[in-house]
Design a protein around this ligand. Structure first.
Ligand SMILES: C[S@@+](CC[C@H](N)C(=O)[O-])C[C@H]1O[C@@H](n2cnc3c(N)ncnc32)[C@H](O)[C@@H]1O
Length: 249
């Protein structure tokens, strides 16, 4: 069983950290204790960190150079996810990102002008997202992109079951860990340790099928089979992932 606590060594942040620990039903500590993982609060923000390891802490950073570069160079033509969704420039569309995670795909879609409803069920991931959003909103261009995204902490299966039909649904569930793969960065591996395997991803796909009117797109590792062995109408191959496209109805 993986153990996790909210940690801060900044006395002025104790109150906030304790509130967060309460909200997430996690222990709070102000000195390093023997937990596997720490959700660490500093004046710079909230991060997830493997205790006693020199791995980079995992922040959600919409201002990071890499993400900024990607969004600044993204076009509806060069972004494979947009092609998989069959979206065109200037098109008004709302996409349901049913597995928001670290919010990078939602952010990319919003940077191209699309509206996004981003659903994330893990309260831990959602608190990291909230922290990243707050920091992102301090930059005017980033704030404009973030304003196109509605973030909801919910199980997408429940949300989609109650939703009116939607045009586009995007799924990127966790895939069983590839321990030795160089493609899986260390910080992503421990993200996986916290979240687990998304074992109900097939049910999520079925629910998405029942709700989508245009396309459901599923991101998969290149060599993996299709989710639930459900044959896609077609697939697009990216550098390290494949996008399986299901045309609806
Ligand atoms: C691989 S990550 C997604 C990464 C994301 N595409 C990004 O760009 O950062 C998968 C995320 O989906 C979330 N998730 C999986 N099933 C879900 C569901 N049924 N409802 C909401 N969130 C779900 C997991 O908690 C996890 O944070």
């Amino acid at each position: 069983m993986t153990s996790l606590a909210v940690f801060t060594e900044h006395s002025d942040l104790h109150k906030r950290a304790k509130q967060l620990a309460n909200h997430l039903d996690l222990p709070f500590c102000s000195t390093l204790a023997a937990y596997d993982f720490l959700l660490t609060l500093t004046p710079d923000g909230l991060s997830l960190q493997k205790n006693n390891e020199k791995t980079k802490p995992l922040y959600i950073d919409f201002l990071s150079g890499k993400l900024t570069y990607r969004t600044q160079h993204a076009t509806t033509r060069n972004e494979i996810l947009i092609r998989a969704l069959g979206l065109k420039k200037q098109q008004h569309a709302t996409i349901i990102d049913a597995t928001a995670g670290l919010g990078r795909d939602s952010f990319l879609l919003a940077s191209l002008g699309f509206s996004v409803i981003a659903l994330e069920r893990s309260p831990i991931v959602f608190s990291l997202l909230n922290d990243g959003i707050k920091r992102g909103q301090t930059d005017i261009d980033t704030a404009m992109i973030l304003a196109r995204i509605t973030w909801l902490q919910t199980n997408a299966i429940d949300w989609l079951k109650k939703s009116a039909p939607v045009d586009y649904i995007y799924l990127d569930p966790m895939f069983p860990e590839r321990k030795k793969s160089a493609l899986v960065k260390k910080e992503m591996r421990f993200f996986h340790d916290i979240i687990g395997n998304d074992d109900d991803a097939e049910l999520l796909l079925q629910t998405a099928f029942a709700c989508a009117t245009k396309r459901v797109v599923v991101k998969r590792p290149t060599l993996a089979g299709t989710l639930g062995n459900k044959q896609a109408d077609f697939s697009l191959q990216g550098s390290s992932s494949r996008f399986d496209v299901y045309l609806r109805p």
